[in-house]
Design a protein around this ligand. Structure first.
Ligand SMILES: *Cc1c(COP(=O)(O)O)cnc(C)c1O
Length: 381
């Protein structure tokens, strides 16, 4: 019998202290206790996202919902947007922007590569009427971490007023993210990734520039996701519709845990754990895929002749759920992750199980060499 372990890049393992909050008796949201909690949660979300003030809004749904809300709030209907992408999530934002009738231009890089700031700048030069640049910071489908600071800087050098709208779904809480310092205008994340909650909430932050671009009263083509209407309510701890009360209460506990560690310490820890997974897996034949790996996920190509689906099945037979490859990489890529409630021994467990999977599949493998490499990385850090 193996214990179940959730080591995928979302949904992630949830800490016991957070689960205990979710098991408490129901609470009404139109109470001063809940309102005070929501106000505190929003302050802590600002600390998580390294942004000033209380302009982080909580939405029911997921990271995708939060992206939709931020896009509609910040970018006026009918605008032109440039979407820079190099993976599945970036591609989703181009599809979303088209669905809402924006004029969309795309800058692409191959999966696994990082976006070139000069290429993004070139697209903005070609389309000077662009209102917003949409991109993904940590591209979970490829494991690549794009250089958000450099890209935002290059974009602003061409178009000083362009709004930079960022999917930070797997970077928030796991990877250095400083949207305010980097002059970014919108970041969004979701509950089941770097903040260690079950799915069901999204968060969106907009900059002063973004709020000013579409002032309150702007017609947003959504009723429940109108952040302009929601902003004054949430400042008082209220929401337009019933929020997920249990998740908001649990979020406070999860954020307290993360902030007690400190963001920089957490970023360092996630980077080290992910490096240990990548290094350990590489020592037994799995090839790190991303040019610039995101600490949120270890994207690995399986050794020649080994099916990724067979590896994820072999991992599951040992109780461990990791992510598989998407689209063209379904047969070649696996994506274990230490994004959630995971420590050094979870990183070693991933590597040990990846070795075991190769043995199960009849491959020749130097058993223990992956674990040794990962352990050395962890102990010498
Ligand atoms: C998971 C993920 C999303 C989608 O988030 P949902 O919460 O599933 O809507 C978007 N972008 C990235 C980078 C992700 O990892």
């Amino acid at each position: 019998m193996y214990r179940s372990r959730l080591l995928a890049p979302g949904p992630v393992a949830v800490p016991q202290a957070v689960l205990e909050v979710l098991a408490r008796p129901a609470v009404h949201h139109r109470t001063s206790a809940f309102r005070e909690t929501l106000v505190r949660v929003r302050e802590r979300l600002a600390d998580l996202l390294q942004v000033p003030g209380d302009d982080v809004l909580v939405v029911g749904g997921s990271g995708t919902t939060a992206f939709e809300a931020a896009l509609l709030a910040a970018v006026p209907a009918g605008s032109t947007v440039v979407v820079a992408h190099a993976g599945k999530f970036g591609e989703r934002w181009a599809r979303m922007a088209r669905a809402f009738g924006y004029t969309v231009h795309e800058v692409e890089a191959p999966w696994g590569a990082v976006l070139d700031p000069d290429a993004v700048a070139g697209a903005l030069r070609d389309h000077p009427a662009t209102a917003a640049l949409l991109l993904t910071h940590s591209e979970t489908s490829t494991g690549a971490l794009h250089d958000l600071e450099a890209i935002a800087g290059a974009a602003r050098a061409v178009l000083p007023d362009v709004l930079v709208v960022v999917d930070a779904v797997t970077s928030a809480g796991a990877v250095e993210l400083r949207p305010h310092a980097w002059d970014v205008d919108a970041v969004v994340a979701g509950s089941q990734k770097g903040v260690m909650l079950p799915p069901g909430l999204g968060y969106a932050w907009l900059s002063q520039r973004a709020w000013a671009r579409a002032p309150q009263g702007t017609r947003v083509p959504s009723f429940t996701l109108d952040l302009h209407a929601e902003r004054p309510r949430q400042r008082q701890g209220d929401t337009g519709a019933t929020p997920s009360v249990p998740l908001v209460l649990a979020l406070e506990v999860a954020l307290d845990m993360i902030l007690a560690q400190g963001m920089e310490a957490r970023w360092r820890e996630k980077a080290l754990l992910n490096e240990a997974v990548l290094g350990g897996a590489a020592a037994v034949g799995y090839a790190p895929f991303a040019a610039r790996p995101s600490p949120a996920v270890a994207a690995l190509l399986t050794p020649d002749g080994i099916s990724a689906k067979a590896v994820t099945r072999a991992m599951l037979a040992r109780g461990i759920r990791i992510g598989g490859g998407q689209d063209a990489y379904a047969e070649r890529m696996i994506r274990p992750s230490v994004l959630g409630d995971a420590d050094a021994f979870d990183a070693l467990t991933i590597v040990a199980a990846l070795e075991a999977a190769l043995v199960d599949l009849g491959a020749t493998v130097a058993v223990g060499e992956g674990v040794a490499a990962a352990q050395r990385l962890l102990l010498t850090a």
